[in-house]
Ligand binder design. Structure first.
Ligand code: F6R
Length: 611
C-alpha cells in the first residue's frame, strides 16, 4: 500500500527519493509524488498518477534538485486516483506532507479547518493533517511542536513525514499504527515506511514506536515518545539484502520467488536442523512456559496466511493433539469472542503489518489472552513486536504481490510449531521426532524436484488461459492448498476460481461443471485418494476437464480430458508444502499467457495497512 521516503543530505536528494519510490512500488500504488525545499527555500512538488517512472521523468524535466525532500506512493482510499489526491499535500505553499494510513476524524477536522479559512484541493484525509500542522505553525509553533500538537488531534492510523520552507533544515516524522523508520547515514539521514526504500543509502535504522515523533537533521536524529519526551531508540542493522530486491535473471519477482523456495525453506528450517530437534527455545524466551500453560490454539490471519493457518490446523490437531481453531482476522476483531487464557493466539503475517491481523491481536490481548505467538517474515515489524513469542520465517523480502515463498515458509514454521507443541505436551516419541526432522531435511530437495515440472505446467497454462472460471479441489490437509491455488489464480490472472473440499462438490458446486469448466485436483497418494478418485468421476461424468496433481504412484488413468502431473517424490506429512509449488506455477504461467501484470495485479497491494 502507500509508501513513504524522505531524505536530508548535503547532496541532491531527488535521485534518492526516486530510487526509494521505485523500491516501494511492489507494495502497490496508483500515484506517486515528491516535494522538496529548493535552494531558494521554495516548496516544489511533482505528482503523477500511474508509475513512479512517469513522475520521475516529470521531476527531471522540471529540473528539480534539493537537499531535503519527501516522496510517496499512494494507494487510493479517500478520493479517487487523481493528481490532486496524490501526495505530498501542501498547505499554503509552505509545508508539504506525506501520509500512510487513515484518519478517521478527517471530516470533523476538515470542517474546523475550513472555518479557519483553509481551502481543500483534494478529497483526501491527508490534506487535513497538512493544514492542521500549518495552523499550529501559524500560531507560532515550530514545525516539531506543530506536528506533535496536530497528531494528538488525529484518530486513526498514520505515519507522516513533513517539511516546511520556514525550517528548511529538518524533516519531522510521526507514527501511530503504521510503520515508519529512520535511516542513519553519514551527515545525511532518511525516513522510510519500509527499509527497502533506503537500503541503497544505509542499513542502520531506528524503528519508531507507537506515538513517537522524530526530528531528522543532517547531523542527527532526536526521537520523542508519545509524551513528547526525548527517548533513546535502539539502532538496528538491517539484514535485508539488496539482491532480494533485484530481479536478476528472472522476468518477474513472482517467478524469482517461486524458484527461491528451496533456499527459503532450507533457511527457515536451519534453526530446527541445527538444534537437532524441536524445542520451545526456537520460538523465543519464555516459550517453554507459554507452551506448557496452553491447551488449545487459535490462529488469526488474512488471505494466503489464513490458508497457512488452515493447513496448520490439521498438523496441530493430528500431531500435537491440541484443538486448533483458525479464523480470519478481520472477522475475529469485530465479534464477541469467549476469551480463554489457556489458548495460544498465533498470528500469521508475511508483512507483519496487516492492519486486520494487528487489530485482531490487540483485541485478543485486550480480552486477557496473553499467550501470543507471531509467525512473520519481516523482522521488527509491528505484529511480532506486539507478540510475546515469535518465529521468523526466513523467506527473504517478498516483492511479488502474490505471496509464494512466504506461504511455504509459513507452513514450515507451523509444522515446526505443531511438532514442538507435541513434544512439550509429551505427544511426540523420539522416533516420531527423528522421522519429522528427516522429513524437514528432505524438504528443500523435494521442493526443487517439484519446480522441475514447470515445463509441463506451462503447457497446461495454455489450455487454462482462455477460460473465465476454474474449480480447485482437495481433501483433508490438501484442501487449504486448493484454496491457495484458487486465490493465486484469481489474484494474478483474473480468472474466477473457487476451491472446495472434493466431498462438497455434490452438495452444490457440481451444478457449475460442464465442458468449459477446468477442474484442478490436488490428489496425493494419501488415505483420502480413493475418495478423491470417486469425486473426479463425478466431474468427468459432467464433461469437466480435469487437471490432476498426483503422486508418483497415485495410479490415475490419463485421457483427453484427464491430464495428470505426478510429483517427482513422496513427501508424506509435508506433502501440502510440495503440492503448493504446482498451483503457484500454474497461476504464474496462466497469468503470463493472459498478459496480466504478474507482480502488480490490479487493485491489490502487498502490505494491507488499511481496513
Ligand atoms: C495473497 C496475499 C494476501 C496476503 C494477505 C495477508 O497472495 O499475499 O492474501 O496473504 O494480505 O498478508 P500478510 O501475510 O502480510 O498479513
Amino acid at each position: 500500500m502507500c509508501g513513504i521516503v524522505g531524505a536530508i543530505a548535503n547532496r541532491n536528494v531527488v535521485p534518492v527519493l526516486v530510487e526509494g519510490l521505485n523500491r516501494l512500488e511492489y507494495r502497490g500504488y496508483d500515484s506517486a509524488g515528491i516535494a522538496v525545499i529548493n535552494a531558494a527555500d521554495e516548496v516544489r512538488r511533482v505528482r503523477r498518477t500511474g508509475r513512479v517512472a512517469e513522475m520521475a521523468g516529470a521531476a527531471e524535466q522540471e529540473g528539480l534538485t534539493a537537499d531535503i525532500g519527501i516522496g510517496h506512493t499512494r494507494w487510493a482510499t479517500h478520493g479517487g486516483v487523481t493528481e490532486s489526491n496524490a501526495h505530498p499535500h501542501v498547505s499554503f505553499g509552505e509545508l508539504a506532507l506525506v501520509h500512510n494510513g487513515i484518519i478517521e476524524n478527517h471530516e470533523e477536522q476538515r470542517a474546523k479547518l475550513t472555518a479557519q479559512g483553509y481551502v481543500f484541493e483534494s478529497q483526501t484525509d491527508t490534506e487535513v493533517i497538512a493544514h492542521l500542522v500549518h495552523s499550529y505553525q501559524k500560531q507560532g509553533m515550530d514545525l516539531l511542536h506543530a506536528v506533535q500538537h496536530a497528531v494528538k488531534e488525529l484518530h486513526g492510523a498514520f505515519a507522516i513525514a513533513v517539511i516546511s520552507k520556514k525550517e528548511p533544515n529538518r524533516l519531522i516524522a510521526a507514527r501511530m499504527g503504521c510503520p515508519l523508520l529512520i535511516g542513519l547515514g553519514e551527515n545525511e539521514n532518511f525516513i522510510a515506511s519500509d527499509v527497502s526504500a533506503i537500503l541503497q543509502a544505509t542499513r542502520r535504522v531506528i524503528f519508531l514506536e507507537e506515538g513517537d515523533t522524530a526530528e531528522v537533521t543532517r547531523e542527527g536524529v532526536v526521537v520523542f515518545d508519545d509524551n513528547d519526551q526525548v527517548i533513546e531508540r535502539e539502532v538496528h542493522v538491517s539484514d535485508v539484502s539488496l539482491s532480494s530486491l533485484e530481479l536478476g535473471p528472472y522476468k518477474h519477482f513472482m517467478q524469482k520467488e517461486i524458484h527461491e523456495q528451496p533456499r527459503a525453506v532450507a533457511d527457515t528450517i536451519e534453526a530446527v536442523v541445527d538444534n537437532n530437534g524441536f524445542g520451545p527455545e526456537l520460538f523465543g524466551d519464555g516459550a517453554e512456559e507459554v507452551f506448557a500453560n496452553i491447551d488449545r490454539v487459535k490462529i488469526l490471519a488474512c488471505g494466503t496466511s489464513y490458508y497457512a493457518g488452515l493447513t496448520a490446523k490439521y498438523w496441530i490437531e493430528s500431531i500435537a493433539d491440541l484443538t486448533c481453531d483458525v479464523e480470519i482476522a478481520s472477522e475475529y476483531r469485530y465479534r464477541k469472542v469467549v476469551a480463554d487464557p489457556r489458548q495460544l493466539v498465533v498470528t500469521i503475517s508475511q508483512s507483519g503489518e496487516t492492519l486486520d491481523t494487528m487489530e485482531a491481536l490487540k483485541y485478543a490481548k485486550s480480552l486477557g489472552q496473553e499467550q501470543t505467538l507471531s509467525i512473520c517474515n519481516v523482522p521488527e515489524s509491528a505484529i511480532p513486536r506486539a507478540s510475546k513469542l515469535v518465529y521468523y520465517t526466513r523467506a527473504g523480502a517478498e516483492i511479488g504481490v502474490a505471496s509464494t515463498k512466504a506461504f511455504t515458509t509459513q507452513l514450515v514454521a507451523l509444522f515446526t510449531l505443531a511438532c514442538t507443541l507435541a513434544k512439550v505436551k509429551g505427544n511426540l516419541t523420539p522416533e516420531e521426532e527423528l522421522g519429522y526432522l528427516e522429513d524437514l531435511r528432505q524438504l528443500p530437495g523435494s521442493v526443487q524436484h517439484a519446480l522441475n515440472i514447470e515445463p509441463q505446467i506451462a503447457a497446461w497454462a495454455e489450455k487454462f488461459a482462455p477460460k473465465e472460471n476454474a474449480l480447485f479441489l482437495g481433501r483433508g490437509v490438501h484442501y487449504p492448498i486448493a484454496l491457495e491455488g484458487a486465490l493465486k489464480l484469481k489474484e494474478i490472472s483474473y480468472i474466477h476460481a473457487e476451491a472446495y473440499p472434493a466431498g462438497e462438490l455434490k452438495h452444490g458446486p457440481l451444478a457449475l461443471v460442464d465442458e468449459s469448466m477446468p477442474v484442478v485436483v490436488i490428489a496425493p497418494n494419501d488415505r483420502l485418494l480413493e475418495k478423491v478418485k470417486s469425486n473426479i468421476q463425478e466431474v468427468r461424468a459432467r464433461g469437466g476437464e480435469m487437471f490432476v496433481f498426483a503422486d508418483l504412484d497415485s495410479n490415475f488413468t490419463e485421457s483427453d480430458h484427464v491430464h495428470v502431473i505426478r510429483a517427482p517424490r513422496h513427501t508424506g506429512v509435508l506433502s501440502p508444502i510440495v503440492h503448493t509449488i504446482p498451483v503457484q506455477l500454474l497461476a504464474y504461467h496462466v497469468s503470463l499467457a493472459r498478459g496480466t501484470d504478474v507482480d502488480k495485479p490490479r487493485n491489490l497491494a502487498k502490505a494491507v495497512t488499511v481496513e
